[in-house]
Design a binder for this molecule. Structure first.
Ligand SMILES: Cc1cc2nc3c(=O)[nH]c(=O)nc-3n(C[C@H](O)[C@H](O)[C@H](O)COP(=O)(O)O)c2cc1C
Length: 181
């Protein structure tokens, strides 16, 4: 089974990346093959709809990973009550061809003070737009859940991400088995 983990923050020092890396490590420990894509490192051009961008090496990597993936773990920061522009730009290069009937787990890094829910709802809406099967469960990490290096260190937060990865693996197995029939 292959799960694509998408770190959806454009920043160099990123808490979102801390969630994505923890999810990736957890999935690897569960014998899942992880395809890791980080929009803050794998810099994509702006989506314009121009066919020539499909030849861009990073766009190719994004599309190849998404095509191979059986499921997705998608993370974003909450920026102004939505997902990051960088993640939305990445998702605009993809579509139903990549996501249809494939499960997704979603998690967001927020600023504390009860933020994060709007970005989760926004991400859920976008992933529904590409026909992904988004898990009902979801997770928000606050700044206090990370150390100074943006590693997700809080035990409860780690447990919540672990639970999401377990649910994602289970649903991906069920969907893959049924699609193979
Ligand atoms: C432009 C911008 C907008 C933000 N808007 C929100 C917001 O609407 N709600 C919230 O909870 N946090 C907001 N924050 C705080 C970020 O969600 C928080 O710092 C998060 O950890 C950033 O993740 P990152 O380090 O991966 O980019 C905002 C931060 C920035 C830079």
């Amino acid at each position: 089974m292959k799960i694509m983990v998408i770190a959806g923050s454009p920043t160099a020092e990123s808490r979102t990346r801390g969630i994505a890396q923890f999810a990736a490590e957890t999935l690897k420990q569960m014998n899942v093959e992880v395809l890791y894509f980080d929009v803050g490192i794998d810099k994509l051009p702006l989506f314009t709809g121009d066919a020539t961008t499909a030849q861009n090496e990073t766009v190719k990597k994004l599309a190849e990973y998404a095509e191979q993936a059986d499921g997705f773990f998608v993370t974003s920061p909450e920026y102004h009550s939505g997902i990051s522009g960088a993640l939305k730009n990445a998702l605009d290069f993809l579509g139903g061809k990549h996501f249809k009937n494939k499960p997704s787990a979603i998690a967001v890094a927020a600023g504390g003070g009860k933020g994060g829910m709007n970005a989760l709802t926004n991400l859920r809406t976008v992933l529904r737009g590409v026909y992904s099967l988004v898990l009902p469960d979801q997770f928000i990490a606050d700044p206090v859940n990370f150390d100074e290096g943006n590693v997700l260190v809080d035990e409860l937060a780690q447990t919540r991400v672990r639970e999401l990865t377990i649910q994602l693996k289970e649903l991906t197995e069920v969907v893959s088995v049924n699609q193979a029939k």
